[in-house]
Design a binder for this molecule. Structure first.
Ligand code: FAD
Length: 286
């Protein structure tokens, strides 16, 4: 199923993000958790590509295929292009297609230190245009409520986002954020710039201290004082921190849904307990 068909007026989409295990671990090591996560029946599950040392496209493809063909939940494969070329992308798209995958999150990705830039693809919009020309996939894109770290300012970033949509992205998923007002301002900018496709809000329940530090350094998300206080208070009590993280994310989602968000994309971190608690709390609000 193409994901565009999921977005309707008066019904918010709930999607999850999962990641393949690190290269050194057998792929089967995540199957139990993924099965539990899929049993929550989200509208779709997306599978990251190459992030956090999880290797190349084959694991993404295998997991996206398992989610769709074994667990019966629609899936979307992430695909980056920054160090790639048309020949490689053709091969990977062919593999996705052979496994019945119909949805791709077209990303630029980040160059590994010392790696060469692709001649074929400079931005995610180049990949989106290429996939659109080939046909056969619904294309999703990433967006950044707090502005992508390389963009000069929010105007430039949102105008670039418009290029990605014009190139073929029919739905967007946001980077994680902890302050909903940041997302609402971004949404306004995007709509003014003519970005009129559905935009899912990316929510990451923070459940341990290391995770917060890593997320903030990786994506530059700002921490509202309300959030920082909760995290500080419970940083040495793992169970309380986990529960506070779940409660904070749930509160964010309730507010987003009440404000008419097109969808919620939950960064599950492959954690079925957290995904279950949040899904149970918000299911009736979608
Ligand atoms: P782009 O949209 O190409 O944007 C990158 C920068 O270039 C921005 O500053 C933008 O303003 C600028 N720009 C864009 N188009 C143009 C243009 N035409 N002309 C001039 N400037 C332009 N990374 C992974 O490695 N694997 C994953 O699985 C993964 N999943 C992700 C999922 C989500 C929902 C998000 C939000 C991010 C994910 N990332 C992943 C991280 C992503 O690869 C990085 O954030 C990367 O730095 C940018 O990728 P992009 O596709 O957003 O790039």
């Amino acid at each position: 199923m193409k994901l565009t068909s999921l977005f309707q007026k008066n019904k918010a989409v709930l999607s999850f993000e999962v990641f393949p295990p690190k290269k050194e671990s057998p792929i089967e090591s995540v199957y139990g958790k993924l099965e539990e996560i899929c049993a929550l029946a989200p509208d779709f599950v997306s599978v990251t590509y190459g992030a956090g040392g999880s290797g190349g496209h084959s694991r993404t493809c295998e997991i996206a295929s398992r989610i769709k063909n074994t667990y019966g939940v629609e899936s979307m494969a992430h695909l980056t292009c920054v160090g790639s070329n048309k020949k490689l992308i053709d091969f990977m798209l062919g593999d996705f297609q052979a496994h019945g995958i119909e949805n791709i999150l077209a990303l630029r990705g980040d160059l590994a230190p010392g790696a060469a830039l692709s001649d074929d693809f400079h931005y995610a919009s180049d990949l989106a245009a290429y996939i659109k020309e080939k046909g056969g996939f619904d294309i999703c894109g990433a967006c950044y409520p707090e502005v992508h770290q390389e963009a000069t300012d929010e105007v430039e970033d949102v105008l670039n986002l418009r290029k990605k949509v014009d190139a073929g992205a029919t739905h967007l998923i946001s980077q994680l954020f902890f302050d909903n007002s940041v997302f609402y301002s971004f949404l306004q900018r995007a709509r003014i710039a003519g970005v009129n496709v559905p935009i899912e809000a990316g929510i990451m329940p923070v459940t341990n201290k290391k995770q917060i530090e890593r997320m903030v350094s990786m994506c530059g998300a700002s921490l509202p004082s309300k959030f920082a206080k909760v995290m500080q208070r419970y940083e040495n009590n793992p169970e309380a921190l986990r529960d506070a993280g779940i409660a904070y994310a749930t509160e964010q989602i309730v507010d987003l849904l009440a404000n008419g968000a097109d969808g919620i994309h939950l960064y599950t971190m492959n954690n079925p307990y957290v995904a279950t608690k949040i899904t149970e709390a918000v299911r009736s609000l979608l």
